[in-house]
Design a binder for this molecule. Structure first.
Ligand SMILES: *Cc1c(COP(=O)(O)O)cnc(C)c1O
Length: 396
């Protein structure tokens, strides 16, 4: 491969790449090589498929939300039911792929970072299944806020290590996990939780999450005899969205809409919407749209949905935005809460607060469509984890 190609690897337009300390690059190179070796390997593909079916419970339904559609009186709303996966969200799709890759590479130890704990729990689950040592880094503050998820991970046999520097949240947990990986990559695999980070992670995560869009596309064709007019998903780091979107990339008639959290309102500054209201920059080892303040420095983020509360976003979404292939919009806490309640009442499905952002936009959109048109919205996770928080919020 020529020099130029080498440098362009891992870029989506001008986004992505690998901006990491030199000590980390050999580990990433080794990972890329293994991924390229196994991604199409028939035995690997067969093993992944086995666990997708028998353990995660795929394929999950593409469910026509008939009541909700009827109530809104517009286009058909289909829900891709990632909430029905084992562990209750899409994250396990990616974790299963990465942990099987770790096994192929002969690595016995896994590290991961986690914010609210969802990715940590998914990683601890897969490590329990395959008997791998699992260390999850978590901000000390997050450990206090999410004590139950800490207990879940411990129950699954993982060791949860507190990141005690700085704000003691996700960023510090990422730093510590990367440091561990740089030191221990001879026997350790770093399971990254979203379509972010240095190359090859965004490509790996997209690959393992694309099962969402591949299934949804075939299911919609089967049910409607045509492709959907829109695909809609919430965007934190962007893994559930890229998993749904990427298999529709070449279908130019299918419009893609990513929904970011507007928090308490864009004008308050309390949001986490880098694609709609950020600027290009480098964060956590890759180039993407980043939340910045008036001085152009990294800004604090906020969302009612912990899984969407991230200052950067996947490089491929940054590229989709740049070339206009996808559109990115934002939805406030209040709008997401309304959708959370509406889907619960009309369909008997309590969505994750993250997914409720996508539902909220889908509701607005469906009203503008004709009954012959349809959209697919990714129900990235179930809301059981959020019921307490919503209860406290509504009680106030
Ligand atoms: C983590 C999470 C998200 C956000 O992560 P992405 O990488 O943007 O998909 C969305 N929904 C649920 C249910 C999550 O747990």
């Amino acid at each position: 491969m020529s020099r130029v190609e080498q440098q362009q690897k891992g870029y989506f337009g001008s986004f992505g790449g690998s901006y990491v300390p030199e000590v980390l690059q050999p580990a990433l190179n080794k990972l890329e090589q293994a991924f390229e070796q196994y991604r199409e390997d028939p035995e690997f593909v067969q093993e992944l498929h086995y666990y997708q079916k028998e353990y995660i419970g795929r394929e999950n339904p593409l469910y026509l939300a008939k009541q909700l559609t009827k109530q809104l009186g517009g286009g058909k709303i289909y829900l891709k039911r990632e909430d029905l996966n084992h562990t209750g969200a899409h994250k396990i799709n990616n974790v299963m792929g990465q942990v099987l890759l770790a096994k192929r590479m002969g690595l016995k130890r896994v590290v991961a970072e986690t914010g609210a704990g969802q990715h940590g729990v998914a990683t601890a689950t897969a490590c329990a299944l395959f008997g791998l040592d699992c260390v999850v880094y978590m901000g000390e503050k997050d450990m206090q806020r999410q004590a139950l998820n800490v207990f879940r991970m411990e129950l699954l046999g993982a060791k949860v290590v507190a990141a005690k520097t700085g704000n003691r949240t996700l960023k510090e947990a990422v730093d510590e996990a990367l440091m561990d990986y740089a030191t221990n990559h001879a026997d350790t695999f770093y399971v990254l939780g979203s379509a972010v980070g240095p190359h090859p992670y965004p490509t790996i995560v997209k690959h393992f999450q694309s099962v969402i869009g591949v299934e949804a596309r075939a299911q919609h064709l089967m049910k409607e005899g045509r492709l959907p007019d829109y695909v809609v998903a919430c965007v934190g780091g962007g893994s559930n969205a890229i998993g749904l979107f990427a298999p529709f990339f070449a279908d130019s008639e299918v419009k893609m809409i990513g929904v970011e959290p507007a928090g308490k309102g864009i004008e308050t500054g309390l949001h986490a919407a880098p694609l709609s209201h950020g600027a290009p920059g480098v964060i956590h080892g890759f180039r993407c749209y980043v939340m910045t303040n008036e001085q152009g420095e990294p800004a604090d983020t906020y969302s009612i949905a912990a899984g969407l509360d991230y200052p950067g976003v996947g490089p491929e979404h940054s590229y989709y935005r740049e070339i206009g292939r996808a559109k990115y919009v934002s939805v406030t806490d209040a709008e997401a809460l309304e959708a959370f309640t509406l889907l619960s009442k009309t369909e008997g499905i309590i969505p994750a607060l993250e997914s409720a952002h996508a539902i909220a936009y889908a509701i607005q959109l469906a009203k503008q469509l004709t009954p012959e048109q349809s959209l697919i919205v990714n129900l990235s996770g179930r809301g059981d984890k959020d019921v307490q928080q919503v209860f406290e919020f509504i009680s106030k």
